[in-house]
Design a protein around this ligand. Structure first.
Ligand SMILES: NC(=O)c1ccc[n+]([C@@H]2O[C@H](COP(=O)([O-])OP(=O)(O)OC[C@H]3O[C@@H](n4cnc5c(N)ncnc54)[C@H](O)[C@@H]3O)[C@@H](O)[C@H]2O)c1
Ligand SMILES: [Zn+2]
Length: 386
């Protein structure tokens, strides 16, 4: 375990029903003249932009809406939006959306002065410079991007997704309003919810785990394991959906304090080359990678069992507790009907070597994995999910 702990998070977070109503106050405190609202067409057609624009009108700031953003954009697509935002002369960035929208907005927040491009940050993230205040309003639960200094972009020429990390991208304000996730379609709720689950358990079993990250990761893990199924299955499960929203944020704080591991590392090429949604590729890898990792940290799995199982605790030994936790992960992915293999996405045995080569490049996250991952290990893990 890491001996140095660091807590970094957004300056102010408001969570709960009606959180959106904080917007005018936030904009007035920052003396905003023109806000740029980053969103996407899916959010707009789900009617989620309207309550935000209503609050913006109350704030008396001018605003523009930038919604020409595909899910999981490439760095070139992000750059186009950053340039459009600069042309609008905005002095505050708002994000209303999932991780794709928030990551793009966070990049805009450090590139608005035009002194660097997204491509520059891929090479030198230290060039990111905070240009204006940012406000994140997540609509998935979720990536936790509202809490992290990370922005993930696709790099088509490498067929990979790459994370840009800079403290300058940590948002100033976050509003977690259940209104924004109340009608999240089941498929999106499932994939993004398992992404949050992966964040929590990866950070808890990471090389970089520390007392601060453990606090957030374990609380997130407990909340997610015990709420994800009703939150996805039932339209009326408002308190469980709210729990998922807060837990995703906590898991994001855990990412900042610790770091994700081999699930996310091996998932990047699946997004970059085969365009499998981030939550889905993580869900496919989650249980197999955790099964691979378990021998390196049985005490962590046992502690997670002790914390997260609230009914009768029937497991006694570390091995029993670890097996219980691994089966719990498998059951969740199966119940949510997320594919458990890559065949559904046209990936076959002939793709194996390309995947291994690309996955092994994600050393930023592989180095966080408690059990070292060799190319042979990566090959065996990919083969297991073919
Ligand atoms: N920065 C970070 O720390 C971090 C962490 C994890 C993932 N990510 C990145 O986030 C991206 C994935 O984000 P995501 O999983 O939130 O999905 P997303 O933002 O790509 O959205 C997926 C789809 O869901 C729709 N959608 C979102 N919210 C909705 C709602 N409430 N109702 C109806 N439709 C809705 C969107 O319109 C979109 O079509 C990936 O690029 C991933 O790499 C970033
Ligand atoms: Zn993730």
């Amino acid at each position: 375990m890491n001996t140095l702990s660091n807590l970094k998070m957004p300056r102010a977070v408001c969570c709960g029903e009606g959180a959106l109503k904080k917007m005018p106050e936030i904009l007035q405190a920052a003396s905003v003249k023109k806000a740029a609202v980053f969103t996407d067409k899916g959010i707009r057609s789900a009617g989620l932009l309207d309550p935000v624009l209503e609050q913006l009108q109350k704030s008396q700031a001018a605003f523009c809406v930038l919604d020409d953003l595909p899910p999981e954009p490439s760095y070139g697509q992000v750059q186009k939006l950053v340039d459009a935002c600069r042309a609008e002369g905005a002095d505050m960035i708002l994000a209303v959306g999932g991780g794709s929208v928030m990551d793009t907005a966070k990049l805009a927040g450090v590139l608005l002065d035009g002194s660097s491009t997204v491509h520059d940050l891929l090479e030198a993230p230290g060039r990111a410079k905070k240009c204006c205040p940012t406000l994140m309003i997540p609509t998935t639960a979720g990536t936790g991007s509202e809490a992290t200094p990370n922005a993930i972009v696709a790099v088509p020429e490498q067929e990979l997704k790459v994370g840009i990390v800079s403290d300058a991208m940590i948002a100033d304000n976050v509003l977690l309003d259940p209104l924004m996730i109340k009608n999240l379609p089941r498929k999106i709720a499932a994939a993004t919810g398992v992404d949050a689950l992966a964040h929590a358990i990866e950070c808890y079993t990471s090389n970089k785990a520390n007392p601060i990250s453990d606090t957030f990761a374990l609380e997130a893990l407990d909340m997610i394991l015990n709420n994800i199924l009703p939150a996805c299955d039932s339209a009326d499960a408002v308190s469980q959906k709210s729990a998922m929203q807060l837990a995703s944020f906590y898991a994001g704080v855990a990412i900042t304090a610790s770091g994700t591991t081999a699930v996310h590392a091996l998932s990047y090429p699946l997004g970059g080359k085969y365009h499998i949604a981030h939550g889905v590729s993580n869900a496919i890898l989650l249980a197999p990678v955790m099964r691979f990792n378990a021998p390196a940290c049985p005490e962590r799995f046992a502690a997670a069992y002790d914390r997260c199982v609230h009914g009768e605790k029937t497991c006694v030994t570390q091995e029993e507790k670890t097996e219980f936790m691994l089966r719990w992960l498998e059951k969740i992915v199966r119940h949510l009907e997320i594919p458990t293999s890559l065949s559904a996405f046209g990936v076959s045995a002939s793709d194996l070597e390309t995947l291994v080569a690309a996955g092994m490049q994600v050393t930023r996250l592989l180095n966080n994995n408690l059990r070292p991952v060799t190319a042979d290990d990566a090959r065996a893990l990919y083969r297991r999910i073919l």
